[in-house]
Design a protein around this ligand. Structure first.
Ligand code: ADP
Length: 447
């Protein structure tokens, strides 16, 4: 097992990884930007190294500074968390070239699954259902030709896309011209490549994803699904597990399809296969080759510490259990709490003057915040994840309502009022929502 792990991230995920390491008797190295010198992940780690100025491109995305920090401190592994370099295959390769273990899949697996076009091909080969789609699109004319083949509406996507960026829908040729140009421009600005392709656009799907774990010896398990359909601008706001839309049989069926596909692809470590789900059918969207923000709801219902498993798998340990050993219990819901204006979603960095996190049975808060902490304006605005677990969906909902009421965050605006509003809507309470529900609801409320 590793003796020392460097955590190449910040915020709550850096703390999350630190916690798993400590419980495994592993020492931790935090890295931080100049703006994060007082951050909780720095305060808790055994050692800390400043890797550059505030801007992420100068610090948390600075591959050589991070690898130098690992070499100087003698870390034998690097956990990338999510965001930043977590899906950067070149970084994973560089880490391994320096004799350090990258806690995640191999660079080759990341390249295959990180590119939406090759991932779709691999998925088809491995027996996963996908939406009808095109190859890389060369021109507007080429795009229109494919849109006619697939049938409108379609969605144009960047092959390297992520975070909901670089996606444009088109319902006819005219919209297609604009969608193609805009998606390409957005991709060029945000991603390594401006190559785009298209998929059939589903009009009322749910977003349901499957968590998997795979060791280096071909053992694969799935940890059930997460329903992440409560979204705004293609970004997740609330997630729950299990999905209110699936029954035991459907869960088992998609679980087995996913497990076999992962075995066939030969993927290792933790990963998530995202699907759209409409009219009883699943369509593979993409694979995230890393830990996900919403992993704690799966931990709550499966009892498995996913970060611990990532570290064990990377160190060469066997899973040590099979699918039939995994027992799901109860229902879990996560709210992503952002320091943002809850109406306009404008980020609201600043000083936290008072902080009181909820507690009690079945309540988990993952956050880097403490009273007196100043949220820097340079990074993501998520400041806490509230996760509740209950025996049934209804008891989880009641607990969530109670926990949100208890949360005190002063000094900055947060999205807590929005969460309170969402979870009291009849559609949410009944589990009757799709990926467009939240935006439609917010729109209708304005009128
Ligand atoms: P990203 O990598 O940027 O997160 P994804 O491909 O995972 O992009 O898609 C993010 C979200 O965009 C989905 O959860 C869904 O809401 C919407 N979306 C993506 N593809 C489609 C599609 N073919 N039809 C309808 N909605 C889609």
């Amino acid at each position: 097992m590793f003796e020392k792990v460097l955590i190449a991230n910040r915020g709550e995920v850096a703390l999350r990884i630190h916690r798993a390491c400590r419980e495994m008797g592993i020492r931790t190295v935090a890295v931080h930007s100049e703006a994060d010198a007082n951050a909780m992940h720095v305060r808790l780690a055994d050692e800390a190294v400043c890797i550059g100025p505030a801007r992420s491109s100068d610090s948390y995305l600075n591959k050589s500074a991070i690898i130098s920090a690992a070499l100087i401190t003698g870390a034998d592994a690097i956990h990338p968390g999510f965001g930043f370099l977590s899906e950067n295959a070149d970084f994973a390769e560089m880490v391994e070239e320096h004799g350090i273990t990258f806690i995640g899949p191999t660079a080759e697996q990341m390249r295959l699954m990180g590119d939406k076009i090759t991932a779709r091909q691999a998925a088809i080969k491995a027996g996963l259902p996908v939406t009808p789609g095109s190859p890389a699109l060369e021109s507007v004319e080429h795009a229109i030709e494919w849109a006619h083949k697939i049938g409108y509406p379609v969605i144009v996507k960047a092959k390297d896309g992520g975070g909901g960026k670089g996606m444009k829908t088109a319902f006819n040729d005219e919209e297609m011209r604009e969608a193609f140009t805009m998606a390409k421009a957005e991709a060029k600005a945000s991603f390594p490549s401006d190559v785009v392709y298209m998929e059939k656009y589903l009009q009322k799907p749910r977003h349901i994803e499957m968590q998997i774990l795979a060791d280096k010896y071909g053992h694969v398990v799935h940890l059930g699904e997460r329903d992440c359909s409560i979204q705004r601008k293609n970004q997740k706001v609330i997630e729950e597990s299990p999905s209110p839309a699936l029954n035991q049989q459907q869960r088992h069926e998609i679980g087995e399809i996913v497990r076999k596909a992962i075995e066939q692809i030969g993927y290792t470590n933790a990963g998530t296969l995202e699907f759209l789900y409409e009219d009883g059918k699943f369509y593979f969207l993409e694979m995230n080759t890393r830990l996900q923000v919403e992993h704690p709801i799966t931990e709550a219902v499966s009892g498995i510490d996913i970060v611990r498993e990532q570290i064990r798998i990377a160190s060469g340990a066997e899973l040590g259990y099979t699918q039939s050993d995994i027992k799901f219990s109860g229902h879990a819901i996560e709210c992503r709490i952002n320091a943002e204006n809850p109406e306009t979603f404008t980020p609201c960095p600043g000083k936290i003057t008072e902080w009181h996190a909820p507690g009690g049975l079945g309540v988990r808060v993952d956050s880097e915040i403490y009273s007196g902490y100043s949220i820097p304006p340079f990074y993501d605005s998520m400041i806490a994840k509230l996760i509740v677990h209950g025996k049934t969906r209804n008891s989880a909902l009641m607990r969530l309502r109670r926990a949100l009421e208890e949360f005190v965050i002063e000094g900055v605006q947060t999205t807590i009022p929005l969460h309170q509003e969402i979870i009291s809507q009849p559609e949410f309470i009944d589990g009757q929502y799709n990926i467009h529900w939240l935006e439609h609801y917010m729109e209708s409320r304005k009128k």
